[in-house]
Design a protein around this ligand. Structure first.
Ligand code: LLP
Length: 431
């Protein structure tokens, strides 16, 4: 199985962290998101341990909550010693509601509104990651009005083209995110920040993309960023304290994904950080990384019930489920690969070629095409694996479908962490 939390039990059912998925479906209904708390905590601990090993604890992982945001996930990562990254007023609000101290929040985004920036200032957000010049000026004004000094870092485009889907690639020059290094845009913004009384620049940030399955781009990004650290010191006389190297570590969606153990990324990047700092005469900055997908992705699965099967001879076999692009839009958006199986027949051979189709009025509403599953019948339980990241967080109410509940499982116990929506929820804001 592609995740440690998964196994097939004696009844031939898929089990996640000791919970039989057939029982979960009976208890909570489908569609249902299921997340393994054990797996999430284990991954957090691996990242934290890597910081102890590679940087003597001078740094920490930050959970990029766009991957999966709800109150409980903030509580879990906080209790494992992580900071939290948010990218909107909504994520910020949820994190604060969950009890995350402002000082442990890093606020990203390429177009934060005045309202969002004000909320960040008023709640003592510890790191506002400035994306552009306008935002810098906006923030100075807001901080001045509040008689405060805003701690910021700068989002830099290091000019690195990581091999991943073009929609989730962000470190190259043609990107809407961040300040460009090569043209001097980033240096100009830092120079300007030096003149501002209500801004204190703590460090730099970069993020080169997502679902990256190679180490080299991360190592290269660290090198480029530290060279810029030295340039800032030399040209502006500024010593920056923090370097956030972003997230993007790839996970297993299928057995074919050659995901690198996180310790290996951490080790190679740390070797570069140490040697570059020495070469450039820099004091080792406090290092942050910002993983989202790799913390929650493999820990989550989605359960669906088969409602219809259409076998079109010579064409394909549609297996229709009670969810679809409204709870997982990733195949429709990026043609993402997934491993699908029948959770109630998990020990049977997977020799039936299926196209798993959703229930939205849209031909492109598919979860996976031509994938091998066990021979399906109406009422079977489909499990889609590695749906913990960017599924619930990207869900919608398209066709006025209801966003499913999310259950957290740990050591054979389950509990609801997000209630399933109701029809009343759907009309709550309608007038
Ligand atoms: N930090 C920043 C500034 C980011 O923009 C992102 C992701 C992350 C951290 C976390 O990256 P991760 O470790 O999760 O790869 N919806 C797409 C993914 C978009 C990622 C956007 N930024 C998907 O479903 O694949």
């Amino acid at each position: 199985m592609i995740a440690n939390c998964l196994k097939v039990n004696e009844e031939g059912h898929l089990e996640i962290s000791g919970c039989d998925t057939v029982r979960l479906a009976e208890q909570y209904g489908t569609p249902l998101y299921v997340m393994s708390e054990d797996e999430i905590r284990e991954t957090c601990r691996r990242y934290v341990a890597s910081f102890a090993k590679n940087y003597n604890g001078n740094g920490k992982p930050i959970y990029a909550s766009k991957a999966f945001s709800c109150k409980e996930i903030y509580r879990i990562v906080l209790s494992e010693g992580l900071d939290v990254e948010v990218v909107s007023g909504g994520e910020l609000y949820t994190a604060l509601q969950a009890g995350v101290p402002g000082s442990q929040i890093h606020f990203q985004g390429n177009n934060k509104s005045v309202g969002e920036l004000t909320m960040a200032i008023e709640n003592g957000v510890g790191d506002i990651v400035v994306d552009n010049r306008e935002e810098l000026e906006r923030l100075e004004t807001i901080a001045m009005e509040h008689n405060m000094v805003a701690p910021v870092s700068f989002r830099i485009k290091p000019g690195i083209d990581a091999h991943t889907h073009e929609f989730i690639r962000t470190g190259q020059i043609d990107s809407k995110f961040g300040l460009d290094l090569a043209s001097g845009e980033a240096m100009d913004a830092l120079r300007r920040a030096q003149q501002l009384e209500h801004i204190v620049v703590k460090g730099l940030h970069c993020h080169i993309g997502s679902q990256i399955l190679e180490k080299a781009p991360f190592v290269h990004a660290a090198e480029v960023m530290l060279q810029f650290f030295a340039k800032i010191r030399d040209e502006l006389g500024m010593t920056l304290e923090t370097l956030n190297l972003g997230g993007g570590f790839g996970i297993h969606y299928t057995e074919q994904d050659d995901a690198i153990p996180y310790e290996e990324y951490m080790g190679d990047v740390s070797a570069m950080v140490h040697s570059k700092c020495q070469e450039l005469g820099l004091q080792l900055p406090r290092i942050y990384i910002e993983p989202g997908r790799s913390i929650v992705g493999e820990a989550g699965i989605t359960l669906y019930t088969v409602g219809s099967i259409k076998e079109i001879p010579g064409v394909r076999n549609y297996v229709a489920i009670d969810g679809g692009m409204f709870d997982n839009p990733r195949y429709a958006l990026y043609q993402s690969s997934y491993t699908c199986l029948l959770a109630n027949k998990a020990s049977q051979p997977a020799d039936y070629v299926a196209t798993i189709a959703g229930k939205c009025c849209e031909s492109g509403d598919l979860i996976q095409e031509h994938t091998l599953i066990q021979k399906p019948e109406i009422g079977d339980l489909v499990a889609v694996l590695s749906t913990g990241a960017y599924n619930y967080s990207m869900a919608s109410n398209y066709n006025r479908n209801l966003k499913p509940a999310c259950v957290m499982v740990s050591h054979g116990e389950s509990r609801i962490v997000i209630k399933g929506e109701t029809y009343e929820d759907l009309v709550r804001n309608d007038v």
